[in-house]
Structure formats: C-alpha cells, structure tokens
Design a protein around this ligand. Structure first.
Ligand code: NAP
Length: 274
C-alpha cells in the first residue's frame, strides 16, 4: 500500500533509537523527509546515516528523489531544544506535515518520595513538551489542509502501574488535552491527532528495566526477560519496527478518518474487551 505521504516533512522527536527511531524509519521508507532529534550527538548522527540508507533504498525502488534526513542534537523537553528543531531546514516548524511526539519517560518510584520538582519535570517532558510542539505546527497544518500528529505515550495510560505514577499522571494530562483538541475545528481541516500507547517493546529502555529488576531481585537477566514475555499473550516483546509501521499508517493519507484515538499495540496484554 502506498501511504501517499512521500515528499512530506515530519518531525520525529527522541528518535536516535527505540520507538522514535522505528517511527522515523517507517516514515523514511515511505519517502517522507524527516527532522530527527535526540540529546546525544554521536548516536543521533549514526541514526541519521542509517535513515539516509533507508531513504536511498526507497529512492532506488521508486525512481524518485531520496528523502532528506536532518538531525538536531538537543533536549526536546527544553524551550531551547524545541526552538532548535523548529528552526531547522529553513524554519519548517510551521511547515511540518507530520509530528511524532516522543521523549524519555519519567523514572519509576514511590509517590511519597517525589517532590514538586519531580512532578514538574514529568509534566514538562511528557505533557507540556508535546503540547508546545503541537501548538507550533497545528495551525500551519490546518491552513494547508493536511496534518498528522502522533503522540507516543504508554499502555500505562489505559492500565496504570503504581510505580509509574509520574508517567501515569503526566501522560493522562496529555491524553485529556488531545481528546479535546483532536475534535476541535482542526478535525474538519485535514488534521488528525492520535496517541500510540506501547506495551512492552524491545528497546534499550525496556532492557534497562530488566537489568534493574535482575540486580534488585538477584534473578538471572534471562529469567527476568522470560517472566516479562510470559505476561504478554503474544508471548514476545514488540519490535520497534512494527510500532513504526503503525505510526506511519496513522500518518498516511488513508488514516484521515482516525482522530482522537488511543491505539494500544501491546500483544494483547490489556485485558478489557473495549
Ligand atoms: P529508548 O530506547 O531509551 O530511546 C529513547 C530515545 O529518546 C533515544 O533516542 C534518546 O536519545 C531519546 N531521548 C530521551 N530523552 C530525550 C530528550 N529529553 N530529548 C530528546 N531526545 C530524548 O526508549 P523507548 O523504549 O523507545 O521509549 C520511548 C518512549 O516510549 C518513552 O517515553 C517510554 O517511556 C515510552 N514507553 C516505552 C515502552 C517500551 O516498551 N519500550 C513502553 C511504554 C512506554 P538520548 O538519550 O541521546 O536523548
């Protein structure tokens, strides 16, 4: 299926690896020009190189010009970082067709230990940052009659996990905001906004949590991993590439009638019927 988005521009945040990279890869494989970002320059440039190779393959297969891949090393949760990504490529902030919001998640813990600063940091990173970026691009999208926003949140929005209180709270705030905005006048102007709620995906972040559990419990790393996989009806972890494919479909011309939704790729873990 041709997703119909070749030649458009996408900003994919927090995309040097993991789920963000999966999304950028799937978009470049459709001929989409991307601006990617992460804080660490080296891995970011390596990711950009890999994406350029994906773009070259697409160009060869399609006979069209290879998509551009631009990389901006900055912290997307700061005003300076957001300004830097929005200014790149001659100021495409207002000319972005696709925005994929992503950032690192807040740390786990006990809410009794969290201070006001911890809450503000989580809200800044996982609620206000995506809202600020949406604000920067959404009116331009509406004026041009096409726009796609995908927010990477978490399955914990639907099935909160006690130790992830900072994430549950901040991401739920974003989810409520998006539910309203997606159904505002922009819905009739070709702009969709959806959330993608990952379950257990095989990324460095998940691997670090397995290592942490192994160290805390004294279990072997493989045993921790096997126990996690056993919780998933699909009996495997998700692949960031399949997460990216869902993201690319939501960004496609074909997904114009899907908006304000919370889509849950989790291998069947969420137990509810609806
Ligand atoms: P990951 O493999 O650790 O990758 C995170 C990416 O984000 C890296 O490229 C990292 O690069 C970048 N990044 C982190 N903080 C950033 C910041 N402040 N500004 C710019 N870039 C930043 O993590 P992941 O598993 O893909 O997770 C992505 C998001 O999905 C997180 O919010 C996570 O909580 C959420 N999530 C993941 C899962 C899962 O199963 N993997 C499940 C539920 C929710 P730098 O470190 O160089 O900045």
């Amino acid at each position: 299926m041709d997703l119909g988005i070749a030649g458009t521009w996408a900003l994919v945040c927090a995309a040097s690896k993991g789920l963000g990279y999966g999304c950028a890869q799937a978009l470049v494989a459709e001929g989409v020009n991307v601006v990617i970002n992460a804080r660490t320059e080296g891995p970011l440039q390596q990711a950009a190189e890999k994406l350029r190779a994906v773009g070259a393959d697409w160009a060869k297969a399609s006979g069209q010009k290879a998509p551009q891949v631009l990389a901006v090393a900055c912290d997307i949760t700061t005003p300076e970082g957001r300004a830097a990504v929005l200014q790149v490529a001659g100021g495409p902030g207002s000319a972005m067709d696709i925005l994929v919001n992503n950032a690192g998640g807040p740390p786990p813990g006990d809410f009794r230990d969290w201070q006001r600063e911890d809450w503000l940091k989580a809200v800044e990173a996982n609620m206000l940052t995506p809202i600020e970026l949406i604000k920067a691009v959404v009116d331009g999208m509406a004026a041009r009659g096409f726009g796609r926003v995908v927010n990477i949140t978490s399955s914990a929005v639907k099935a909160p996990i006690d130790i992830l209180g900072l994430s549950n709270g901040a991401r739920s705030g974003l989810t409520g905001f998006v539910a309203g905005l997606a159904r505002s006048e922009i819905a009739a102007q070709g702009v969709t906004i959806n959330n993608l709620l990952p379950g257990k995906f095989d990324t460095d972040r998940l691997q670090h949590t397995f290592v942490g559990t192994a160290q805390k419990t004294g279990q072997a790393l493989e045993a921790v991993r096997a126990a996690q996989v056993a919780q998933v009806p699909a009996r495997r972890l998700g692949d960031p590439a399949e997460f990216g494919a869902i993201c690319a479909f939501l960004c496609s011309r074909h997904a114009g009638y899907i908006t304000g939704q919370n889509i849950l790729p989790d291998g069947g873990m969420y137990p509810g019927a609806l």
